[in-house]
Design a protein. Structure first.
Length: 264
């Protein structure tokens, strides 16, 4: 069973952290309606939804991806780079304890889940303003006994690594090559975003289907031309808070057989 952890939109989302975007008014009710549609798509795709209640004093808390990294063998509760977001991890950790053994990134480390792209047993970590060297070092120490590799990636011009590149197939990446160097990811197939849509590289892969924002029709056509199965959702209000489709959920298998021989 695939589990999807989500959190309802905070009534204070208008006070969200912004790094690369100009602040615009956010219609909270429209944002909630769009988020509900996003959740419905996840359920239609077969996900078991675990919806957390809204956090009135945590404006960015709908973006649960940044609070944790869930692997087959364990879950890492992060320490977000934005101080205002660090309390978001508490409620997510409580749910994750039902499914995984929990580890934590601790001070002085910072790590945002949006900076971590898993491809097989390699975790690519974006070097951004939200993730620091201590956070990467702690991640490496925690996952290496489980035979994961950690590789850092330079990112320019955007908030998170997954703003610049996401996995859209078993061996296929959707990428903005202006923000990240594709050579860092080895020999894979790449789908370039349309240059008129710089924020279009964020897609959410669930099984063999994609969730993708309605805001980027030119890049959407590129995805569909590759024969990919795409479910389109309007998340325009959440995008004003520098959010994207991967940000709004933590998706993982409920349980998997683990056959990893740990390091002594």
């Amino acid at each position: 069973m695939i589990v999807a952890i989500t959190r309802e939109v905070s009534p204070s989302i208008a006070r969200c952290e912004l790094t690369h975007l100009t602040r615009h008014e956010i219609d909270v009710e429209v944002a909630r309606s769009q988020h509900l549609q996003y959740e419905k798509i996840l359920m239609d795709m077969g996900c078991h939804l675990r919806r957390l209640p809204p956090e009135p004093n945590l404006p960015d808390s709908v973006f649960v991806e940044d609070t944790a990294i869930v692997l087959d063998e364990l879950a890492l509760v992060t320490r977000p780079g934005a101080t205002s977001r660090r309390e978001e991890t508490r409620g997510v950790a409580e749910v994750l304890r039902e499914y995984r053994t929990i580890f934590h990134i601790v001070s002085p480390g910072t790590l945002d889940g949006g900076d971590v792209l898993q491809i097989g047993r390699t975790l690519y970590v974006g070097k951004t303003g939200r993730t620091n060297e201590s956070g990467v070092d702690q991640l490496m120490e925690l996952v290496s006994p489980y035979k994961y590799k950690v590789e850092t990636v330079e990112v320019e011009g955007c908030l998170h690594l997954k703003s610049a590149v996401t996995l859209v197939g078993e061996n296929t990446l959707l990428i903005n090559k202006s923000w990240v160097d594709p050579k860092r990811f080895g020999s894979r197939e790449y789908i370039d975003i349309d240059p008129m849509e710089p924020y279009a590289a964020n897609a959410l892969l669930v099984g063999d289907q994609l969730v993708y924002p309605a805001s980027f029709p030119k890049t959407l056509r590129r995805l569909e031309s590759k024969g990919l199965s795409v479910r389109v959702v309007d998340v325009s209000e959440l995008q004003k808070a520098e959010g994207a489709v991967t940000c709004c959920s933590l998706i993982f298998e409920k349980s998997l057989p683990i056959n990893i021989e740990l390091d002594a």
